[in-house]
Design a protein. Structure first.
Ligand SMILES: C[S@@+](CC[C@H](N)C(=O)[O-])C[C@H]1O[C@@H](n2cnc3c(N)ncnc32)[C@H](O)[C@@H]1O
Length: 199
């Protein structure tokens, strides 16, 4: 059944429950991540900002299936979360990095798929995330809908909303706001942006 999470994801969800980590990606967004990961070009590169308990990463790895040509980096600022997610065991091409998303983005690597799921690179330093997107690369941001019952999300919401608007209006991106899961903005960097609009 398409809506049934794969075992890799179930393992991460169990891990999140054991940690009491409540910020994991929903199945709806996970299915989208898996779908987009499957379409990353040969030899491609994927970046996740904010590993959490590894649930989004589990979906990405599920989407890649047996592919060994794609490298995946996931950056997490909380050392204990990064270490415990790493210990879940991943394919060799997956690296879970303890560090700050903005430092990772400043390495100036180009990515074919970026899941921007941390404050760093989404509500702060969004321009670094956009600069790290390869031509034809896909950006996903979830949690774009207001959550009135969540004070943390509500406090951040103006910045989240502003990030979504910046992506939707960016001249080098083609972007859509999807009424899917927690609310998603998905964008693709144009292969041939207008010369005057390059970032
Ligand atoms: C929404 S959770 C990530 C959920 C995960 N991506 C998933 O799909 O299940 C956000 C995570 O980002 C981490 N984080 C917050 N700011 C960060 C930063 N500047 N750099 C890296 N990670 C950060 C938090 O510690 C938290 O684990």
């Amino acid at each position: 059944v398409a809506s049934q999470p794969p075992p890799q994801v179930e393992r991460c969800r169990q891990h999140a429950a054991e940690l009491g980590f409540g910020l994991s990606t929903t199945d709806a967004v996970g299915h989208l991540l898996a779908t987009l990961a499957a379409g990353v070009p040969a030899g491609g590169r994927i970046l996740e900002l904010g590993t959490g308990a590894g649930v989004g990463l589990g979906w990405i790895v599920h989407g890649l299936g047996d592919r060994a040509d794609v490298t995946v980096r996931s950056v997490e600022s909380d050392a204990a979360l990064a270490e415990s997610a790493r210990a879940l065991g991943w394919p060799p091409a997956v690296a879970i990095v303890h560090g700050d998303a903005l430092d990772e983005l400043r390495r100036a690597d180009a990515y074919d798929l970026i899941f921007a799921d941390a404050q760093g690179g989404k509500t702060e330093g969004l321009e670094l995330t956009l600069a790290a997107l390869a031509p034809g690369g896909v950006l996903v941001m979830d949690d774009m809908d207001p959550v009135p019952e969540d004070p943390f999300h509500t406090e951040l919401f103006p910045a989240i909303d502003a990030a979504g608007e910046a992506v939707l209006r960016h001249p080098d991106l083609v972007a859509a706001r999807l009424d899917h899961g927690t609310g998603v903005v998905v964008a693709v960097r144009r292969l041939n942006p207008p010369p005057t609009a390059r970032t």
